[in-house]
Design a protein around this ligand. Sequence first.
Ligand code: ZN
Ligand code: ZN
Length: 169
Amino acid sequence: MKINVAQLRKSEGSTERFQFSEIPTPIEMGKEKLVFQTPLNVQIDLINTGKSLLVNGQANTIIAVNCSRCLKEFPYNLDFKFEDEWIPAEHSSLDEEGTALIFEKDEFSIDERILEHLLLQLPMRFICSPDCKGLCSKCGVDRNNTECDCTSVDIDPRMERLSKWNKGV
Ligand SMILES: [Zn+2]
Ligand SMILES: [Zn+2]
């Protein structure tokens, strides 16, 4: 995804909209891999403030992830907004380098930045549904589909200590 801002930069105060729709290559995240099931749709509006380009963006896509309780793969919907400010290299001061987004030519790539925003949207753990029962810790069946005979009562660790104490363990 490259944008060309040559036209936009000609007049302060002008705006321009860019739209993209493409399936990014899967993103490696440690052991996990984020696979895009639908195109990543991106729409960004840029405003030329004179000193910089302000970005108002929105993006949506569906990625395939695995539930951390039952391990099943399920589609995860992402729909988010983001804001950025791009500064042309000739206007950036030294102290901005490192934190600010700087572009050097009128045409530049924004993929990396959008993927950064996307990663920030992801939860620590994916859970297929709030009431996913997960796998049985004893026999391993998916307790959403199968009832097992294991008497695995989920005991609050604090209560467990208490029951041991009651038994004099
Ligand atoms: Zn699940
Ligand atoms: Zn079981």
